[in-house]
Design a protein around this ligand. Structure first.
Ligand SMILES: [Zn+2]
Length: 96
C-alpha cells in the first residue's frame, strides 16, 4: 500500500519503539508525543497599545514564554501547519 507521508506523520525513527502520549491544549485529544506539534510563543498580559507606549518611554514590559501542544487537526485549523501538495509531502517539514 502506498504511503501518504514518508514518516507516517510522525517524527519517531524506525526501531525507536513506543513514544509517550500528550494531550492537545485546545481540544484535549490524546496523541503520540512524536506526532503532536509543539508551539512556543511569547505572551504579554499588557494591552498592545499600552505596551507600545511604555516601551517608547523606556520601561521594561514583562513577557512570558508559553508552550502549547497542538494536535494535527487543531494545528491545521489554526494555521500553525498547512496542508501541502502531494510532492511536497514526502519532504521533511520545516516548521516556522
Ligand atoms: Zn486539538
Amino acid at each position: 500500500m502506498p504511503k501518504k507521508r514518508k514518516s507516517g506523520g510522525r517524527s519517531k525513527g524506525h526501531g525507536t519503539g513506543r513514544s509517550g502520549y500528550l494531550t492537545c491544549d485546545f481540544c484535549g485529544r490524546r496523541m503520540p508525543a512524536d506526532k503532536i506539534k509543539k508551539v512556543t510563543f511569547w505572551y504579554s498580559p499588557i494591552d498592545y497599545q499600552l505596551k507600545k507606549e511604555l516601551i517608547k518611554q523606556g520601561s521594561r514590559v514583562p513577557r512570558y514564554k508559553v508552550t502549547k501542544y497542538v494536535c494535527i487537526r487543531c494545528a491545521v485549523h489554526r494555521g500553525i501547519i498547512k496542508i501541502r501538495a502531494e510532492k511536497d509531502r514526502k519532504k521533511e517539514q520545516v516548521t516556522a
